[in-house]
Design a binder for this molecule. Structure first.
Ligand code: FCB
Length: 479
């Protein structure tokens, strides 16, 4: 094991030297159903909260919707060929719940299941392992009309849906993720309202967070009983830092700032991982929830259900969360309970999303999670960057900044492994340019460029670079 220095990073990261990954390390790429599939009204698919939201004027940039997206529903075979060309070991995709149950209840729609059946077979024939996520934000609109995740019943509906999907794909799919980023579902969906269903009700957001966790526990239990081999929960975690710590992790932190950091970390990460892995909520989260509508939605026995033995936690990392004490500041709309906290503007090099590029944040995060939750393995399930890419006249997309972003973050992953983290793989976000939620199509995260007028796919330079990384199972010296 390499000695980790004060920055929590191993020498390979700092010097830009060659970094080889362990044998068996999984290399993949990810997408999500609503972001790529299109075919929104085909084969019995019902409406989801994202159909309703994106068709509401003013909610998504440019009035974009996922009606057509990357037309992956029809072009999946071509997309799997691209994955094979890149040498991907794994493809992380999500199942659209309203394709399986148009209204979120009742028997499975055979045509909806058949699509994922074809996709899985195509992947397996290409030697690519499917990593299936059951919920990446497209809740059936009919369930939303009954309260959505703010209503307890949705958790039970989710577990039933999980069983239906597993019953059809479980003979060929071993890797199952229950939820993608429950913090985003609950707090962007029900508190800030920037995402579907667009509600602005902090009490509903905390209820949603709990019911998402309950749904995770119920689904994980059902999947395990049905024989699922590997079960995971995917969270959008990030190190919470003061501005000074971004550049210098050993910078001193004043007590008031430390309190702001602890509170935001509790809301972002521990609110989800403590119940799922330890069967308890952090005290500071319970205190905040109590102030926002009370605790009546936490029923006896829920925490035992939520705490299921799972194999992996998936980490989606893009940038650190930077805060400091801010006396008199109102709570951030996405973060009920953050009165007197200032969320600091991003500094330094930024992606097209305006997100700061801080690769060391990933090594710090992974090492911290490995130390705090040693009972579970880790996998990076999303990491990547949006830039304004264009296809040049010679047909190339010279996305050098994306390659640099990925290279830096892979060095951070490597440093975390050398520091002792049980990290099983790295899955880039995203395979394809796609519908970036409230940002619509103007934000391109793909390593493959998509021309949304012609549906033409073009491998960006970063995809070719990633292919070589996979082939050699490592990154080279930095140029
Ligand atoms: C994550 C989402 C994913 C994508 C990236 C950029 O929060 O899981 O669908 O939008 O952000």
């Amino acid at each position: 094991m390499t000695v980790v220095n004060a920055r929590g990073t191993a020498p390979s990261l700092l010097t830009g030297g060659r970094a080889d990954f362990p044998a068996g390390f999984v290399w993949g790429a990810a997408t999500a159903s609503y972001q790529i599939e299109g075919a929104a009204a085909e084969d019995g698919r019902g409406r989801s909260i994202w159909d309703a939201f994106s068709h509401t004027p003013g909610k998504v940039a440019g009035g974009d919707t996922g009606d057509v997206a990357c037309d992956h529903y029809h072009r999946y075979a071509e997309d799997v060929r691209l994955m094979a060309e890149l040498g991907l070991h794994a493809y992380r995709f999500s199942v659209a719940w309203p394709r399986i149950q148009a209204d979120g209840t009742g028997p499975a729609n055979p045509l909806g299941l058949a699509f994922y059946d074809r996709l899985v077979d195509e992947l397996l024939a290409a030697g690519i392992t499917p990593y299936t996520t059951l919920y990446h934000w497209d809740l059936p609109q009919a369930l939303q009309e009954r309260g959505g995740w703010a209503d307890r019943d949705t958790a039970y509906r989710f577990a039933e849906y999980a069983e239906l999907v597993h019953a059809r794909l479980g003979d060929r799919v071993g890797h199952w993720t229950t939820l993608n980023e429950p913090w985003v579902s609950a707090f962007l969906g029900y508190a800030s309202g920037v995402h579907a269903p667009g509600e602005q009700d902090p009490a509903a957001a905390f209820r949603a967070a709990h019911h998402l966790l309950l749904g995770h526990g119920l689904a994980a239990r059902a999947l395990r009983a049905a024989g699922a081999r590997e079960i995971s929960l995917v969270v959008n975690s990030a190190p919470v830092l003061t501005p000074a710590q971004v550049a210098d992790p050993s910078a001193p932190v004043a007590e008031a700032d430390a309190e702001a950091v602890r509170r935001v970390d509790a809301l972002l990460t521990r609110q989800f991982l403590d119940p799922a892995l330890r069967g308890e909520y952090p005290a500071e989260v319970l205190e905040i929830v109590e102030r926002h509508g009370g605790l009546a939605h936490l029923a006896d026995g829920d925490l035992e259900v939520i705490r299921q033995p799972i194999d992996l936690v998936g980490i989606n990392y893009y940038n650190p969360c930077v805060v400091e004490s801010g006396p008199g500041e109102p709570a951030n709309p996405a973060w009920p309970g953050t009165e007197d906290v200032r969320f600091c503007p991003a500094e330094g090099p930024l992606t097209a999303m305006g997100w700061p590029i801080v690769p060391t944040g990933l090594s710090r995060l992974l090492l911290r999670l490995a130390a705090d939750y040693p009972e579970v393995g880790l996998i990076v399930t999303e990491n990547g960057a949006a830039f304004d890419d264009t296809v040049e006249e010679d047909g190339r997309v010279r996305d050098t900044r994306r390659t640099a972003y990925l290279d830096g973050h892979l060095r951070a992953v490597h440093a975390a492994i050398e520091g002792g983290a049980d990290l099983r793989g790295y899955i880039v976000w995203s395979l394809l340019d796609n519908f970036e939620w409230a940002e619509g199509y103007r934000r391109r995260f793909g390593i493959v460029h998509v021309d949304f007028d012609t549906q033409r796919r073009t491998l960006k330079d970063s995809a070719l670079w990633y292919r070589d990384v996979i082939q050699r199972n490592g990154v080279l010296e930095k140029a």
